[in-house]
Design a protein around this ligand. Structure first.
Ligand code: UTP
Length: 289
């Protein structure tokens, strides 16, 4: 089992970030000096993935433009001797082989992933949600790919969340296999605390076998009237082996305002161009609060 392809669903409406996301895709919002989606592509590339499909919609063509060349701008930067900027602009366009498909109707995450069927064929593939940025010493997708390859199984990335917070996620039923890796036998979407299987919640990263496509074709609309990926995954873990990886790293949900601001502050503090200044700024503001 070798994972060479990744799918990034990025066709959601981003209603939690309105009005900013009315015309700018949430995946294109700047995280310090790069758009959110670039961090996610970089994580996939760092996991050894060569071909990446982004699932978009009619309001998101800024993403295809971003990963394209821009000759007029590049010539201007070259003439001005702005080599650093020129390299960064080029690097984004050369990161990976990026493909696009549109989700013509916003019918849920499961439906968005189903749109990748032709791109994926019958290989295992990684899924990285377009608004979840991970910071980890070892890329989270690589942690999942290694577990999936070792067990010949699908893999979901999980971490423990508080019981009160579990209703925002999918809770998985797990039994231990080795340190940080579990077998998955069931799951449910947005459970009430009394319905949850465990405090382990699925957080934005997956490695799936192509069996998911046939399953998604037959999934009925679930929570919120959408085709839920969790409903497909529940069926997948009953048919085939699936593992959960309690990944090492921190996840930022940049699709809501608090998560976006947390990520912005943490990334800016660590960025050499902004870190020292931001540290001073926060300290001086903290004194006034
Ligand atoms: P989210 O629920 O986080 O994104 O979906 P959203 O629907 O854009 O968010 P809000 O609630 O309106 O603010 C998780 C992932 O699934 C994708 C999103 O782009 C995000 O990466 N998604 C969701 C799709 O691609 N298509 C859909 O129909 C729904």
């Amino acid at each position: 089992m070798k994972v060479r392809k990744a799918v990034i669903p990025a066709a959601g409406l981003g209603t939690r970030m309105l009005p900013a996301t009315k015309t700018v895709p949430k995946e294109m919002l700047p995280m310090v000096d790069k758009p959110v989606i670039q961090y996610i592509i970089e994580e996939a590339v760092a996991a050894g993935i060569e071909d990446i499909l982004i699932v978009t919609n009619r309001a998101k063509s800024a993403m295809d433009d971003y990963f394209d060349y821009y000759p007029e701008l590049e010539t201007r930067l070259n003439q001005a001797g702005k080599d650093k900027e020129l390299n960064e602009v080029r690097r984004a366009a050369d990161l990976a082989n990026i493909f696009y498909v549109r989700q013509k109707e916003t019918r849920g995450l499961g439906h968005a992933i189903w749109r990748a069927k032709r791109f994926v064929g019958d290989e295992p593939f990684a899924v990285l949600l377009g608004d979840d940025i991970m910071r980890a010493a070892k890329p989270v997708t690589l942690q999942l790919v290694e577990a999936a390859e070792k067990y010949g199984a699908s893999a979901v990335g999980v971490q423990k969340v508080d019981t009160q917070a579990i209703s925002r996620y999918s809770s998985v039923k797990v039994s231990p296999l080795e340190e940080r890796i579990f077998a998955v036998s069931d799951m449910n979407e947005k459970p009430k605390p009394e319905e949850m299987f465990s405090n382990y919640a699925i957080l934005g990263r997956y490695v799936l076998t192509s069996s998911i496509f046939e399953i998604l074709e037959n999934v009925k609309p679930g929570y919120g009237g959408e085709i839920q990926l969790t409903d497909g995954l529940r069926e997948l873990c009953r048919q085939e082996k699936m593992v959960a990886v309690d990944f090492e790293g921190r996840r930022y949900d940049t699709g809501n305002l608090n998560g976006f601001l947390e990520a912005t502050i943490d990334f800016a503090l660590d960025h050499p161009d902004t870190g020292p200044w931001l540290r001073r700024f926060i300290k001086s503001r903290a004194g006034e609060l």
